[in-house]
Design a protein around this ligand. Structure first.
Ligand code: NAD
Length: 480
């Protein structure tokens, strides 16, 4: 019997309205769990529980809140091989990536535990000799965290940990495809001693329970990571209801390879950015812009890696690329590959569902070239192991191409020319720039977010998270 997963509200597990299977994308006939899907009344109960718990949690000293996060980090680390394995079975990324992401979530919890000992305000000189003037950061209230499936434990950790550390209570809606990993994170926090009602988890359909979170009057702020259409619709509703909103959305991240780059290194990094996690990262490399003198040499190197990297069972140690997350996602990716061919693109390698891997949702690492810059494959987010190669005649043309997108999440440049590296860091309109590194891969102690259509609201991660999860209170105190 598969484990039955439920919503968690006010310290209790809650049945939903109907059961659905949680499918293993490497082997779709296996249900890794069954999910009792909550409906709007479950979401309302979660919001009410978070609202009732706020007064007590806000009064809890910040270092005591941090102590619970620290314990949760330890528990998650102890459980990393079990949790990472379940993450792999549920989402499809390789075991190394699944365990690595779990350990990273533990590190994020520990980082925000540490921040609960940092200064939470400032004093100011007053114009009056008898006034003590200070301002401090306070929690906002009840925060809704809506998270995607592609980083099923790290993204929830980098939203929930700062929310709790700074004294907010939380209603969390994980993505439908990853309820088992979500339950592991929740359990680590509950087992660490989080009081009831402080963190509530609603398992259910985004379109159903998400509506409650975007509009309920007791929700003060919404932090969302996911696709652009969903993010924008949440923003419209939430803003109308007076809520603070933070959105992290899609990307079409370029890597630019200049003629003087170390091509072996560039090809390895671009392959990592494009194909690891089956390309399902918001920061994945989906366009490579290559200076013409090295186009052929670079293409050959990247193609060799795409062919050599093992596509297969993500639980096997030597697998580099696992399946994509679902049948729908596989179809979307295969449709884009076909669109690329119709647009005049030439597939250098890949281009199909793997034939020898049973029913698993495996798409071959795919490289497409000869596309025009207007083609959909060169402009739209695909979210699969597919990368488009575009030639450029100069640094200037490469940057213009890299910037020619509505998105602006991350970008990378490969060069040994320090001047061009510094110019690129200025010229490119994105939130994160990498020089001689893949476009994906983030550290948790620095701000993260994008430019243009990729993000909205203040940055996530690092100390920057404080901007979203707190508000200033200014105090004037007179001696009389
Ligand atoms: P999605 O937008 O389909 O879903 C994200 C979350 O929103 C899920 O929990 C989903 O259930 C919920 N949701 C769906 N409809 C809703 C509604 N009407 N109201 C409220 N909530 C609703 O995205 P996804 O497919 O889970 O994730 C992939 C997308 O996420 C990609 O576009 C990717 O680029 C983006 N992403 C961005 C970042 C970033 O930091 N910028 C990180 C990871 C993923």
């Amino acid at each position: 019997m598969a484990t039955e997963l439920r919503s968690y509200i006010d310290g209790n597990w809650h049945d939903g309205a109907r059961l659905v299977d949680d499918i293993n994308p490497a082997n779709p006939s296996e249900a890794v769990a069954q999910v009792s899907m909550g409906n709007t009344s479950v979401a309302v109960a979660a919001v009410e529980a978070a609202s009732a718990a706020f007064a007590g949690w806000r009064r809890t000293p910040a270092p005591a809140r941090g102590e619970i996060l620290r314990k949760a980090a330890d528990l998650l680390e102890q459980r990393a091989s079990t949790v990472g394995r379940d993450l792999t079975r549920e989402e499809g990324k390789t075991l190394v990536e699944g365990i690595g992401e779990t350990k990273r979530a533990a590190a994020i919890l520990r980082y925000y535990a540490g921040l609960t000992l940092e200064a939470d305000g400032q004093t100011y000189p007053s114009l009056s000799p008898k006034t003590f003037l200070f301002a401090r950061r306070e929690p906002i209230g009840v925060v809704a965290a809506i998270t995607p499936w592609n980083f099923p434990i790290a993204i929830p950790a980098w939203k929930i940990a700062p929310a709790l550390a700074y004294g907010n209570t939380v209603v969390w809606k994980p993505a439908e495809l990853v309820p088992l990993t979500a339950t592991h994170l929740l359990e680590a926090l509950v087992d660490a001693g989080l009081p009831k009602g402080v963190l509530n988890m609603v398992l259910g359909r985004g379109s159903e329970v998400g509506e409650v979170l975007a509009t309920h009057q007791a929700i003060d702020a919404i932090t969302f990571t996911g696709s652009n259409p969903v993010g924008r619709s949440i923003q419209r509703k939430a803003t109308e209801h007076g809520k603070k909103v933070q959105l992290e959305m899609g990307g079409k991240n370029p890597s630019v390879v200049l003629a003087d780059a170390n091509l072996d290194h560039a090809a390895e990094q671009v392959a990592r950015g494009a194909f690891l996690s089956a390309g399902q990262k918001c920061t994945a490399t989906s366009r490579v812009i290559v200076e013409e003198p090295v186009l052929r040499e670079f293409q050959d190197r990247l193609t060799a890696l795409a062919k050599a990297w093992k596509l297969g069972d993500p639980l096997e140690e030597d697998t580099k690329v696992g399946p994509v997350v679902s049948r729908d996602q596989m179809q979307t990716v295969l449709d884009y590959i076909q669109i690329g061919s119709q647009e005049g693109g030439r597939v250098l390698t890949g281009g199909e569902k793997a034939k020898d891997l049973g029913d698993g949702y495996y798409v071959q690492p795919t490289i497409i070239t000869d596309l025009s810059r207007e083609s959909r494959v060169a402009r739209e987010e695909i979210f699969g192991p597919v990368v488009a190669i575009l030639p450029a005649r100069s640094y200037e043309e490469a940057v213009a191409l890299a910037n020619d997108t509505p998105f602006g999440l991350t970008a990378s440049l490969f060069t040994n020319d320090l001047t061009k590296a510094l110019r690129f860091a200025n010229d490119i309109r994105v939130g994160v720039v990498k020089i001689n590194q893949e476009s994906a891969g983030l550290e948790f102690q620095v701000p993260f977010g994008g430019a243009k259509e990729s993000s909205s609201g203040s940055r996530e991660q690092g100390e920057a998270a404080k901007e979203f999860f707190t508000q200033w209170k200014t105090v004037y105190m007179d001696q009389v």
